[in-house]
Design a protein around this ligand. Sequence first.
Ligand SMILES: Cc1ncc(COP(=O)(O)O)c(C=O)c1O
Length: 389
Amino acid sequence: MSGKSYIPLCEPHLGGREWDYVKDCLDSGWVSSVGAYVDRFESMLADYTGTGHAVACVNGTSAIHIALLVSGVMPGDEVLIPTLTFIAPVNAIRYAGAWPVLLDVESSHWQLDISKVAHFLEQNCEIRDGMPWNRQTGRRVSAIIPVHILGHPVDMMALLAVAEKFGLKVIEDATESLGAFCHGRPVGALADIGCFSFNGNKLLTTGGGGMIVTNNQTYAKAAKHLTTQAKCSTTEFIHDQVGYNYRLTNVQAAMGCAQLERIEYHLEAKKTIAERYRKAFTGHLQIQLFENAPWAKSCEWLFSLRFRHLPEGLTISRIQQELHARGIGTRPLWQPMHLSPAHADLGRFECPVADELYASALSLPCSVGLTENQQDYVVESLSSILASS
Ligand SMILES: Cc1ncc(COP(=O)(O)O)c(C=O)c1O
């Protein structure tokens, strides 16, 4: 394999009608922020997730920002979120003027630990006006963002029961998990409102893009309004709120339509890759495989595993460097948010499971177009690095 091109972690796969649809935009001149492909992409994703409404956004981060605003999160509120996540949803809480409360994850599927959510609400909060208020900070807790990380769902049935008991709004960050199912239901469509991302490394990509889905018509209307500068009239420039220019362009949406037409192919490819890795590493003494929950159907977005019994000095970062030297792109988990300098002002949170995962996990190449030869090379390379250490 050496001398051949680099194997990236997760690259776009443009194997459908992307060229045709994008060309159609260029030929017709409909390249900007309205157009038939925007409407079509929205309606295709609403159909796929079985939701009543979808609102296209410029990216997943803006989708989460708007979802927080329309679901009634107010400046000064607290929003519960797992510490083990890409930083975007935590930043979005700050954009809304609210405060993230960072909670630990569970060790089996690496998702938000619902027992920690319940414990926080029961032990740290008191109920006033039907809502939980954090006794220590004096702030209202108004919402929770389950982040379905790496393609696997959060245990939403348990989470929804707790959220209902405490009157919390639930905003699903399904940006990494389009195509995953929880108890047979599509992620993103399980709660008040859900958000997707179509950036370059996601299961489907529009270059950059996002989408809000919801069954709540009021939320959908408010989201469309806020993402389009809160303009009240089609003819005059009158705006009734401070809105945002968070629109997706027709060209991006055209790509999205072509990608979504091929989602089953992408899911099947991801599943095959994950199964081949699992088969190759089963029984390896230094590798602990990520287990999918029996109630979950993962979309296997980013194949990740944990190392154990590593000799002194063989860190995640060294394994990553050695794989890079062999032409293989990998990725560590995100620095957990309770350790992030960007959110140091939030105070101290103890999240030992996230700490352990951060120190021991790595994601391996799993592009839809990854060939068996490339995958075998990744397996051989990783095995030999572990054996020679
Ligand atoms: C968990 C999570 N939330 C939010 C986002 C933000 O999506 P985007 O990059 O489209 O803004 C991403 C991906 O990038 C993500 O992984």
